[in-house]
Ligand binder design. Structure first.
Ligand code: 4NP
Length: 155
């Protein structure tokens, strides 16, 4: 089993969007029994909340399910429970490094997988309000990440 955790600051906008999109891609590829997906936030503020309404609306527009997604905070055991911890921006990466480091876990940014795009970080729509642009970046990132995982694990 390959275990993927998406991380952002609040776990209500970007990382649940990534979780929902990535799950959808995994399902469409028939890989749900080989890849598990979750998301978490650096902060604890929104624990138990469903995704932000902007994330829900954009996922509804694209007919992608977010059923059952609720926010939680990153925890130290995530480094034991996941093979990939994929963050949205540089601050997330710094925060993750301050929580724990472990050699056999791939910790990276989603847009590292999309070098051709003009951004290296997924901007936070909680502050920008631009959920459509974030959707485009996150779905490109998820597609490329899945390709990378399939190649590296011969799926
Ligand atoms: P996210 O956006 O990290 O993409 O979920 C945020 C959501 C909430 C807050 C910050 C960012 N907040 O400060 O409450």
């Amino acid at each position: 089993m390959i275990r993927v955790l998406f991380v952002c600051l609040g776990n209500i906008c970007r990382s649940p969007m990534a979780e929902a999109i990535f799950k959808d891609l995994v399902q469409k590829d028939g890989l749900s029994d080989q890849i598990t997906v979750d998301s978490a936030g650096i902060g604890h503020w929104h624990t138990g909340s469903q995704p932000h309404e902007g994330t829900r609306k954009i996922l509804d527009d694209h007919q992608i399910s977010y059923e059952g997604l609720t926010a939680r905070q990153v925890k130290e055991t995530d480094w034991d429970d996941f093979d990939y911890i994929i963050a949205m921006d540089d601050k997330n990466i710094n925060d993750l490094k301050s929580i724990r480091e472990k050699n056999d876990v791939v910790v990276g940014k989603l847009l590292d997988y999309v070098p051709e795009v003009n951004e290296t970080e997924v901007p936070d729509p909680y502050f920008t309000g631009n959920f459509e642009y974030v959707y485009e970046l996150v779905s490109d990132g998820c597609r490329k990440l899945l390709e990378d995982i399939k190649e590296n694990h011969q799926l």
